[in-house]
Design a protein around this ligand. Structure first.
Ligand SMILES: Nc1ncnc2c1ncn2[C@@H]1O[C@H](COP(=O)(O)OP(=O)(O)OP(=O)(O)O)[C@@H](O)[C@H]1O
Ligand SMILES: [Mg+2]
Length: 454
């Protein structure tokens, strides 16, 4: 096979040269040249291209029958949900996350659930022995599982064609390289060309490929961001390493919604699915403690009950601190201002700390009222009834504004045995109160909410 020619292209203006230069003569930008493959096959071999075009699989859109079999389940419900209902054949999924979060573990666990499928695990980071050790720890040595410790994409392609796997995992995309390019693995050009080659392989052979990617903060080595637009699905594995819980979030999905999340717990036996997150997040709840309020947040299509904790204590410095874990700091400042204006408490001599228990992050306004009430409760040192769920967005005038997905939140609260739910009065119009076994109270403003709770 003839060696592919490469050229260096300025990423700002598109000027190309045969060798790398530091400054673009066209647009005068520095360090903007990236190596790219120069494809000359079209002009040189036009006859063979024609022959190829004849044999290519060109179809009329109206003639394609979409079949259900295109998708298959990974056997891990939390992952299936984030993928939009399973893996699509021929799709390319990029899964990114911090070091040690559990990317390789999750990839290995898929293989144990999918019996009868042939796996190819391309590992550029770990030796075959390490992978075997991990599989042993997870308690499962899958059959039909090939391990390939190789980073040269030409050889990887050859193995794929020879072994014809049903599922390919590349761990990680930063380590594989195309020998035609001079640049080192992990650089922008290698990442882009390697990914496009793998996409090509996956789409042609109709094999799903999972690419593991590292998040790098270093400017010189490109993170997976650069290839996000090329792949079909981008998943992000999140979580504090010190917490047990890991959240798998869809960032981009050509086959489904990106609102879904999957929740896992990291154990010695690998990642365990958490089918009922509310129970887990509330399992270490404080009963009767001041500053603790339960609220509900919608993650994807699922309502999750969470505990908002506030600590208000006299400041020891001249300037009061506002610290928030899992809740937006700007919103916290707004809520504090509303509390001061409408409830007449003055927090300028107090530090305010907010924590969403369990390491969860919430970014929807429906928990505003719970945050406000937890601050008030901590300030007054009077507990809020632990059987009550508090919901509502707080407006600047102290009004409690309508929130979305109210029925799902009520159902989840009732399911977990809560007695009472406080929600925006305007939401009551759309609720059939008799349908629920939980006491529902509507409130119009923050003053009224405080009167009903504390
Ligand atoms: N014996 C063990 N018991 C419990 N948890 C373990 C054990 N061994 C490893 N782990 C967990 O597995 C994690 C490593 O998982 P994994 O190697 O899948 O991460 P990764 O995202 O692939 O990391 P990298 O970026 O280094 O490839 C560790 O951070 C730890 O939480
Ligand atoms: Mg790994």
């Amino acid at each position: 096979m003839a060696k592919l020619k490469t050229k260096f292209v300025c990423q700002k203006c598109g000027y190309s040269t045969a060798r790398w230069i530091g400054k673009c003569p066209e647009c005068e930008s520095w360090n903007s040249f990236v190596e790219e493959i120069q494809d000359t096959s079209v002009s040189k071999k036009s006859k063979s291209i024609e022959r190829k075009a004849d044999s290519a699989n060109i179809l009329m859109l109206s003639g394609i029958t979409e079949t259900k079999e295109m998708r298959f389940s990974t056997g891990i419900d939390e992952l299936d949900r984030v993928l939009g209902g399973g893996v699509v054949n021929g799709s390319i999924v990029l899964i990114g996350g911090d070091p040690g979060i559990g990317k390789s573990t999750l990839m290995l666990q898929i293989s144990s659930k999918l019996h009868g499928k042939k796996f190819l695990y391309v590992s550029g980071e770990e030796s075959a022995v390490q992978i075997k050790m991990r599989a042993e720890r997870l308690g499962n040595i899958p059959e039909n599982f090939y391990v390939l410790s190789e980073t040269n994409l030409e050889l990887i392609e050859a193995v794929i064609i020879q072994k014809e796997p049903d599922f390919i995992i590349v761990d990680s995309i930063q380590t594989v390289y195309r020998p035609e390019l001079e640049s080192a693995p992990g650089t922008v050009s290698q990442l882009r060309e390697s990914t496009s080659k793998l996409i090509n392989i996956g789409k042609t052979l109709n094999i799903p490929i999972f690419l593991v990617g590292h998040i790098t903060k270093d400017g010189t080595i490109a993170g997976p961001k650069i290839i996000e637009h090329m792949v079909d699905v981008v998943l992000q594995f999140e979580g504090e390493r010190t917490h047990l819980y890991r959240i798998l979030r869809g960032i981009k999905n050509r086959f489904g919604s990106t609102n879904e999340i999957g929740i896992f717990e990291m154990t010695e036996k690998g990642l365990k699915e958490v089918p009922n997150p509310s129970e887990v997040f509330l399992s270490q709840r404080n009963y009767g403690a001041s500053g603790c309020v339960i609220s509900s947040s919608i993650e994807g299509t699922r309502p999750i009950l969470i505990e908002i904790q506030a600590l208000v204590s006299p400041t020891s410095y001249g300037f009061p601190q506002r610290t928030s874990m899992g809740f937006d700091l700007k919103r916290l400042n707004i809520i504090i201002a509303v509390l001061e204006k409408k409830l007449g408490i003055f927090l300028n001599k107090y530090d305010v700390f907010i924590n969403v228990a369990g390491g969860v992050k919430v970014d929807e306004p429906a928990v505003d009222l719970a945050v406000a009430m937890s601050i008030y409760s901590s300030y007054k040192d009077v507990p809020v009834d632990s059987e009550t769920i508090v919901l509502g967005e707080v407006g600047l005038a102290g009004e409690i504004r309508t929130i979305s997905n109210i029925e799902r939140r009520i159902n989840e609260s009732a399911k977990l045995g809560f007695k009472r739910i406080l929600l925006p009065k305007n939401n009551l119009k759309y609720i059939d109160l008799k349908k629920y076994k939980i006491e529902i109270t509507g409130v119009e403003n923050i003053k009224e909410a405080q009167g009903k709770l504390i």
